[in-house]
Design a protein around this ligand. Sequence first.
Ligand code: FAD
Length: 461
Amino acid sequence: MPSVAIAGAGLVGALNACFFAQKGWDVSVYEFRKDIRTMKHVQGRSINLALSQRGKSALEAVGLREYIVNQGVPLYARLVHNKDGKTFSRQPYGKPGEHIVSINRRHLNEVMITQAEKSPNVKFFFEHKVKNVDYEKKQLVVQCTSQPSRIPTFGTRAASQDHGEIHVEADLILACDGAYSAVRRSLMTIPRFDFSQDYIEHGYVELNIMANNNKFAFEENVFHLWPRGHFTLIALANRDKTFTVTIFAPFSEFEKHMSTTEDVLLFFEENFPDAFRLLGKEHITETFNRVKPQPLVSIKCSPHSFFDNLVLMGDAAHAMVPFYGQGMNCGFEDCLVFSETLEEHDNDIASAVRAYSEKRVNDAHTINDLAMYNYEELKDLVNRNSYKLRKKFDTIMNMIFPKSWIPLYSMVTFTRIPYSEVIERRKRQDKILSTLLTTASAVAFIGAFMGMFSNRAKFGF
Ligand code: FAD
């Protein structure tokens, strides 16, 4: 059987291990961190994530969809909280029943590692840092951070060991080592490798709302949103009846209005009065004393594949800002698309690797841009009448033409239409809408003109 070496056992690396376990390949996964299943606290990004159709489809392919979805909290609509802290507006995500699922990141990651490990061909090497890729020799260079290394006990071939560095050979190398990928870094000098990285001006801080007498403190089956122009607060429910609350704001706003205890409490009380009451002064103070706002980065690169045997996937290929809830979903879809491409190419690694990159780069760039756009929507547009009107129009058109007129959000979230096609379809919808508006204005104008003419005839002026 062919062998695959995977850099990173995060969400995308662990899911890839499940896919290749199922194919019966020899799988070795090198993860920098300790085994998260043995850790008390796992440092890292968002506590919970919104899982949608693309992610679900990938989980389905490895037999985990039902289990994971059942461990989550379904969210059917956005609930927009007004500044008075008392009134709301509800914006359903799609058709009745359509929903996203709030799931716990750590639990999801652990379940996938355990699932992959059930296969005797899969081995996880924790506390093994991937340093770079030696592309002359097509080897992954790994360093064990806890002695002694257990490589090679299995799977991929350890070509050599030198100064604690292990050179790993495999038929296929998958770089799933996240936004700051060491593998991608070592490819930077390759001619015609395009790369761009943008830190947005916003950062985020996570807080928690505890259960209230073992009950959810807010309605649980909605995505809570407090859009306030250039900053915003969101809250997603967890199965333990808590809420993970995230504030997104420009770093300048954190510095100006949230750098002292008094300021931060005043800021929350003024802008999010209902959330403020439930978060509590003590928790807000403790959190802001303990954590600094975290940056958000958007990364694009092209191609996603190299040397006929190496592929960048997940955040290593396309880290995106989290405002469309698609980073993980897109990363999960990467695994599914690659698995499908391998099958289409009769497991010929070289041609599948090339075809995958050709197919996927454009989609990744598109969702990256859409994620950036959605921030405008979350922090501001949802409150505007033009946005609400467009949403209503899209819903009506979708009822009349369910297959050909699908709202943008639904195409991204509830289908597997390739992201690049999603944007093409949206452009066509915009064109039709603008033609309709022009025609309607022309008809109104002609109507008014005819009215004037007949009035003139009637009244003789
Ligand atoms: P990671 O999850 O970053 O995993 C990379 C792994 O590689 C880690 O385990 C790391 O320890 C390991 N690693 C790193 N370097 C090395 C090395 N040199 N050697 C070995 N191992 C290494 N996405 C959604 O779909 N829905 C959401 O609702 C959502 N919400 C988000 C909210 C926030 C605030 C943020 C920041 C992101 C959110 N995302 C969401 C995006 C999502 O978190 C990422 O897209 C996803 O984690 C990417 O998975 P990954 O496996 O590619 O990378």
